[in-house]
Design a protein. Sequence first.
Length: 76
Amino acid sequence: MSYSDYRKAFKQLKVKPVKLKKYMKHNKPKDRKFGYITKRCRRCGTVKGHISKYGLNICRRCFRETALKLGFKKFS
């Protein structure tokens, strides 16, 4: 089931709270405790190219945009 199908189901079940609760009980995504999906970019939400060093928790693309504001200098 794609993401758009979930949105359609949520829209239809919004007016039926009991059925929505049952739907969410059986169909919600798992809460992950480990794996690559747990580390997301704080800025854009992507999981690829994640930099967690120094507690940055941003992807490499966002890092390139904000490095000067964060106090990093380019030496070459």
